[in-house]
Design a protein around this ligand. Structure first.
Ligand code: ADP
Ligand code: UDP
Length: 237
């Protein structure tokens, strides 16, 4: 499937229309951004690693009964996906405290969260992705109550599937962000699942193997992503 016009250029991916109005091409670039786009760098191989990582994870999720956008890989940096009507809301589950929850609630990084927490954020860089709740989603019409319930159900299902997948690879799934969209009336998982949008720590050493390496200037960002991919058995070359 050929790319036609660029529909949207995001911070890390570009989205293209295709000959099929129901399908898009997601192009994973090497651009890496943090702090709502304030820090941006090009990291060699990152686009390829995230594209293949995302395809691997979405395939595992589909197998476990989570409906996703994924059709197939098109190339090292491109995937063909269903064109979703995106819900402008980010769904975050946390198994361990890290990042913004530590700043907001003054809790120590590394605190075990049992049961896991769930948070909604509005996808809006200009407003720094503010935290919202279900009433905001309802009042502003970002999604129906039924869609919200489905997004929550699927986000927790993803936790069940991926916590185990990463645990088997010697990794702790600390937290992650998901985006959903609607396709023919059905809520599907969209966007991407990669170390850019989750936190993964080595189980034994608690070494960070995700985008916090970039945020915190720890170096070895793509090497860490490749290490995670290697442990999961994602084929990169
Ligand atoms: P951002 O918009 O945060 O900078 P990206 O660089 O990842 O993020 O850009 C990808 C954009 O494509 C996001 O806005 C995302 O919501 C959107 N998107 C992801 N998957 C799909 C899809 N299947 N259909 C339509 N839009 C999608
Ligand atoms: N996240 C993301 N995109 C965002 C905000 C958060 O992918 O715009 C991910 C982030 O990588 C982490 C989780 O969501 O895995 C929770 O992020 P948090 O609220 O802690 O914000 P952060 O401190 O990472 O900005």
């Amino acid at each position: 499937m050929e790319k036609k016009a660029e529909l949207y250029r995001g911070k890390a991916k570009s989205v293209y229309t295709t000959d099929d109005p129901t399908r898009l091409v997601l192009l994973f670039r090497n651009d890496t951004s943090a702090f709502d786009g304030e820090k941006v760098e090009q990291l060699d191989r990152k686009g390829m690693v995230n594209n293949k990582f995302n395809h691997f994870i979405m395939t595992k999720l589909e197998e476990a009964g989570v409906p996703t956008q994924m059709d197939r890989l098109l190339s090292d940096n491109e995937a063909l996906v269903k064109k979703l009507d995106m819900v402008p809301v980010e769904c975050v589950v946390r198994n361990v405290a890290a990042g913004s929850i530590c700043r907001r609630l003054g809790v120590q990084e590394g605190l075990d969260l049992t049961p896991p927490t769930f948070e909604f954020f509005l996808k809006n860089d200009a407003l720094h992705d503010p935290m919202i709740n279900e009433y905001h989603i309802r009042s502003f019409g970002w999604a129906t109550d039924e869609q919200v319930a489905r997004m929550k159900e699927l986000t927790f299902k993803v936790n069940d599937v991926l916590k185990k997948l990463f645990d088997d690879a010697g990794l702790i799934l600390v937290d992650y962000k998901l985006e959903f969209g609607v396709f023919n009336g059905e809520v599907l998982l969209g966007d991407e699942f990669s170390p850019d949008g989750c936190r993964l720590w080595d189980k034994a050493t608690r070494q960070k193997l995700d985008k916090d390496r970039f945020r915190q200037g720890l170096g070895g960002v793509v090497e860490a992503y490749e290490e995670v991919a290697h442990r999961l058995g994602v084929k990169l070359d």
